[in-house]
Ligand binder design. Structure first.
Ligand code: SAH
Length: 341
């Protein structure tokens, strides 16, 4: 079976061998997250299409609403896999936080997405359909109701590199959602060789790297990827990336009590990132019930102030939707466990 959302309009035209206006109907259905029977395509025609092509690979399984307006979606894929997607309302425009894989194999100690490992990659069209589904559920028909997309849900985008790049090209296509590249952020745990590859794609998206430590020793204890790449290699790649793309890079830094939250860490970070156009997005750990504990809000503010006093740009990110298991993969992990039981 082929997923129609994996193709651009031009590709659909070549592949489907249908009149232009029919292809347009198919394409509009993809964008509005509709299934065959919700379109004006004649029954006989869509029954034929259905044999070979999936039009709606994603449907809403459950929605959780937070008191702060955040909506967390559990989405069911055509093969019954479940993934998460979050709709965040903000005064500067709504943001959709999306997953790039079912599960994840990066094994970060603090992250719930990785429990259960990687099940499979999402295709470009599946990612696009997640966006279409959540957008349609929050807006008027034919109108997109979000400004920003962050690839910060479950999965490691650079572990699904080709599909993610294809998705970015589809979602920014003028004939599609036409999302501005500048309004997209991609977060990676730091697959250095892929950072260099990504630079060559000339996609103007904001690159975020989950750093979470100022020394390789500490990073290795919480992020297995640190055994493959050193912090120095990440810093070097980001220096080139920001100089080449003229884009500010973002470092994500999740504060874990007594692990990575000392002023010594601030000093090392300021040395490492001297001269690189970057911003530190600091967040307090959202505990998963393991041994790792969160740094207090007060200490977190002091950490951010220290980074700033050392010349780095930094801010404490407020955590939205924590009352609905808002952190990465928490809701999926919890519901899968419940469904199993
Ligand atoms: N694989 C990518 C993107 C997914 S995670 C990456 O590693 O960047 C998005 C961000 O949420 C990452 O910075 C990740 O480290 C962070 N995160 C995951 N679990 C968290 C938790 N329990 N508390 C705080 N941040 C968390």
């Amino acid at each position: 079976m082929k997923i129609l959302a994996d193709y651009s309009v031009t590709e659909l035209q070549e592949m489907l061998n249908l009149p232009k206006f029919r292809v347009k109907q198919v394409f509009d259905a993809i964008m509005q997250a509709k299934d065959y029977n919700q379109t004006t395509i004649p029954k006989k025609m869509y029954e034929e299409l259905q044999q070979e092509y999936i039009l709606k690979p994603v449907e809403i399984f459950e929605i959780y609403k937070s008191s702060d307006g955040t909506k967390k979606y559990l989405l069911k894929l055509w093969d019954n896999n479940i993934i998460e997607c979050v709709f965040l309302t903000q005064n500067y425009g709504n943001t959709i936080c999306m997953s790039t894989q079912v599960g994840c194999r990066m094994g970060c100690k603090f992250c719930a997405s990785t429990t259960g490992g990687l099940i499979r990659n999402l295709s470009a069209g599946e990612m696009l359909s997640c966006i279409a589904t959540v957008s349609a559920d929050n807006g008027k028909c034919n109108e997109r109701n979000f400004t920003n997309i962050v690839l910060m849900g479950s999965g490691e985008p650079f572990d699904n590199y080709d599909n993610v790049v294809k998705f970015l090209r589809l979602i920014t296509n003028e004939q599609g959602f036409n999302v501005s590249e500048r309004n997209i952020s991609l977060s990676t745990c730091g697959l250095v060789t892929k950072i260099y590859d990504f630079m060559k794609e000339e996609l103007n998206v904001t690159l975020c790297v989950s750093l979470h430590a100022s020394t390789d020793e500490v990073r290795k204890t919480i992020m297995p990827i640190a055994n493959a790449y050193t912090i120095k290699e990440i810093v070097d790649a980001l220096r080139v990336y920001s100089a080449t793309t003229k884009r500010r890079v973002v470092l994500e830094y999740c504060l874990i009590k007594d692990v990575n939250d000392s002023f010594e860490d601030c000093k090392r970070l300021s040395e490492l990132f001297k001269g690189i156009t970057c911003h530190f997005n600091v967040i307090c750990l959202n505990p998963n019930g393991g041994s790792l504990k969160a740094t207090t809000k007060k200490e977190a503010y002091a950490f951010v102030a220290k980074l700033e006093s050392l010349g780095l740009s930094a801010s404490l990110r407020r955590s939205q939707g924590s009352d609905i298991n808002g952190a990465c993969g928490q809701l999926r992990a919890k519901r899968l466990k419940e469904i199993e039981e």
